[in-house]
Design a protein around this ligand. Structure first.
Ligand code: CU
Length: 167
């Protein structure tokens, strides 16, 4: 009788210890994962420029224009601020355009930085044109997770970048 009780107790004890260990492991693992991966929505600023690669567009049949950078990564919920500068040495405008679902607000300044007078201002736009030596402040909230194209409408397909929103 005593032997049987002790045997049951040992098994129960083992079971309880196992369950406690598993629950504790899951709790610690989850909280560490949460602490490492989670970050509250924040404002992330990027400086975006037009760039051109040294090849003859007519020989290759594609524009030599690209974006620098051509990848922007944020977390879902972040407020994104892009300072887009047209640094062309020729008289060539570029656009910043996005596909649905993303739209943005943009303030275009008639000079190289935000202290110059406002040339144009748009809200909920999918397209803004920036002339040579102008700068645009583009803002939106990254409400949708996924990978989304941003591009210059004048220089396709090469002047294309991707916004990666981690959900
Ligand atoms: Cu362009």
């Amino acid at each position: 009788m005593t032997q049987l009780t002790r045997q049951w107790s040992a098994e129960k004890l083992l079971l309880v210890v196992s369950v406690v260990a598993i629950v504790a492991g899951v709790a610690v693992g989850t909280s560490v994962g949460y602490a490492v991966h989670y970050s509250a929505p924040t404002t992330r600023a990027f400086y975006l420029f037009n760039s051109s690669l040294p090849f003859d567009e007519h020989t290759w049949g594609i524009p030599h224009d690209t974006f620098a950078p051509d990848r922007i990564t944020v977390n879902k919920g972040d407020k994104v601020v892009i300072y887009y500068r047209n640094i062309e040495d020729t008289t060539e405008p570029h656009t910043f355009s996005m596909d649905t679902p993303y739209t943005f607000d943009a303030v275009v300044h008639a000079g190289q930085n935000e202290t110059f007078p406002v040339a144009t201002s748009v809200k909920g736009a999918s397209d803004v044109v920036v002339q040579v030596n102008q700068t645009a402040t583009i803002t939106f909230t990254a409400n949708w997770a996924g990978v989304f194209r941003y591009y210059c409408a004048y220089h396709q397909p090469t002047m294309t970048g991707y916004l990666a929103v981690l959900g």
